[in-house]
Design a protein around this ligand. Sequence first.
Ligand code: NVA
Length: 209
Amino acid sequence: MNGIVARVFRQETIDGLAEWSSVPVINALSDLFHPCQALADMQTIRERFGELQGLKLAFIGDGNNVAHSLMLSALRLGMDFSLGCPQGYSPNPDIVAQAEGLAAVSGAALSIVHDPAEAVRGAHTVYTDVWASMGQEQESAIRRRDFREYQVDDALFALARPDAVFMHCLPAKRGEEVSDSVMECARSVVFDQAENRLHAQKALLLTML
Ligand code: NVA
């Protein structure tokens, strides 16, 4: 059995592989999507709460690859999804349109706002990712400025439900998108997520091959 697992910069590379390959192609991260991470994340959330439908997932930060895949996964599975991002860092409009279609079917709610507190209120999970993704390192300084109000710290996390969990796809930059205290708190499930990457991806390979 053969397959291709590709971690790339541009989604077009994945699309080209999928078009021309005769074996399954798995996107292990592109500039637009991170579906393998989202699979492990949904597994992690279900382990914690016993179900997915009816929960609220809040993503704070860049409307990036991780946000896109979580948005599509959550809305498909009946979870409300809220994104709190700075102006200029909104998600891709085509992916938002796709997400709205999924929300119309599942009945889940999608909200994209620029106020992190509004996004987090009532959430079961608060998720963040690095401010500068791979390939954006030269934008780090400007992004640190643009995202400075978007750190998941104790005050922001406290606006979520009392049993909310903190999530991050890792690697994290402590002191930037997340404070040390939230990263290390008892409700941080970042290492469960990391472990579940193994289990979810084994299941994915089994399904595809
Ligand atoms: N948004 C990040 C995710 C890393 C797992 C990046 O693309 O670098």
